[in-house]
Unconditional design. Structure first.
Length: 201
């Protein structure tokens, strides 16, 4: 039954099923990070879907901001810096990973009215798991042209998804790791397929 799930003549369908399987494996322990370095990425993604910008100003002085180590509005937490735009506070980690996670936060924001650290952490975990699962699916497509057969490519795709830091780190919080892994996998696939426009050429 399990092996049948991954048998299909269309590699894209198999890649999608790998991604979905990895997502559920990542989510099954319900473990997420509500504090630390992944937090500003989640805050930026939430700011993007709620305010339409990448700054963190709306968290200053709020209960959520205080719970996320922003104790005083005038004293910036370690993860925030003054932007070149006067009066704007942004994350020191940039906004690329937040942009990739924004669709998940957009859907969550439609359901959540009062955000807490737990909800923010769980939504960030969900977004990270989607991204990490997608990276595993794309890696399968990359491996198909390298491995002797589809079964071996499938094995290595799951080793990538479950035997590396993709599971232990990237799927647990909204770090920069996951989107970078997905981008690298897509880049490798673009090179293999000679789709130079995917790479911006």
């Amino acid at each position: 039954m399990v092996t049948q799930w991954f048998r299909n003549s269309n590699p894209s369908v198999v890649a999608l099923r790998i991604g979905v399987t990895l997502f559920f494996v990542y989510m099954v322990n319900l473990s997420f990070l509500a504090h630390g370095d992944p937090v500003p990425g989640a805050m930026t993604a939430l700011s993007l879907v709620r305010e339409g910008n990448f700054d963190l100003n709306e968290f200053a002085g709020t209960e959520l901001g205080k719970a996320l180590a922003w104790k005083e509005p005038t004293k910036l937490p370690y993860y925030a810096i003054q932007s070149r735009v006067p009066g704007k506070i942004v994350s020191v980690f940039g906004f690329g990973h937040s942009l990739v996670a924004a669709p998940v936060f957009f859907l969550a924001n439609m359901l959540v009215e009062n955000w807490s650290t737990v909800i923010l952490g769980f939504v960030a975990k969900t977004a990270a798991s989607v991204i990490a699962g997608a990276a595993g699916g794309v890696m399968y497509l990359v491996l198909l042209s390298i491995c002797a057969d589809a079964g071996l490519a499938l094995t290595f795709a799951f080793l990538f998804g479950l035997g590396t830091c993709v599971w232990s780190i990237s799927s647990h919080g909204l770090w920069q790791h996951g989107p970078i892994e997905l981008a690298l996998a897509c880049g490798l696939l673009a090179i293999q397929k000679k789709k130079w426009t995917w790479l911006g050429f």
